[in-house]
Design a protein around this ligand. Sequence first.
Ligand SMILES: Nc1ncnc(NCCc2cnc(NC(=O)Nc3cccc(C(F)(F)F)c3)s2)c1Br
Length: 272
Amino acid sequence: VSATETRRWTLNDFDIGKPLGRGKFGHVYLAREKRSNHIVALKVLFKSQLQQSQVEHQLRREVEIQSHLRHPNILRLYGYFYDQKRVYLILEYAAKGELYKELQKCKYFSERRAATYVASLARALIYCHGKHVIHRDIKPENLLIGAQGELKIADFGWSVHTFNRRRTMCGTLDYLPPEMVESVEHDASVDIWSLGVLCYEFLYGVPPFEAKEHSDTYRRIVQVDLKFPPKPIVSSHAKDLISQMLVKDSSQRLPLHKLLEHPWIVQNAEPS
Ligand SMILES: Nc1ncnc(NCCc2cnc(NC(=O)Nc3cccc(C(F)(F)F)c3)s2)c1Br
């Protein structure tokens, strides 16, 4: 799929395989590009649903942003095409599937596994921020696992270049930092907050500000009501790192390059 950026793809170029997963806007299938025998994931989106939700501009932005990103921990979006009713995204296939399913199965991860994932995500986000791209939607549902067990950030449907910001929010509040929940200006440090929420969920199996009602989650986030349960037992280095990321003042959050030097990461993350 090297010539993807230029040539016009059609469905006939692919043999469609098993369904890989179901997203909000459509299904994902395993597929093989007939000429190269290259295995890909094909996400099928219904134009009607995209129009209904008025997200076409977001999809265009995702394709545009993704076409410039190349990183081992970022799932490639090779290209797209459309027919009368549907839009198709040609995606890198992540052979070990969806991280959230793995987290549900294991309940929570070991400190080594969690630190390895957090370090690879920090490197991917350093790369994105270096290109003035913020993801804004870091959560288990948007993380996939490659054939060698490496983590891949997927779905840049909410990402932006850091000069325009307006958006409507949907999906879980759990991962939103205070400034997005309070809908004020925000910058790349929103991804540091979400990575802190993710690190907590990797270690405890639940996000830190979870509550029954949206309004309670909202209050816990803006108050940074961060509590560490007695079980499972988690090292003080891990709690220290999380406490340095889940800081209300976005300018005081631990910068990502400092995260990579934090003792918990240095002592627990597998070398990349
Ligand atoms: N094993 C696997 N290997 C590879 N992929 C898999 N699943 C697909 C992961 C995705 C990557 N990128 C995505 N992007 C979007 O969905 N974008 C999207 C969709 C609708 C609306 C919008 C928008 F319009 F709102 F922006 C943007 S989904 C699996 Br399971």
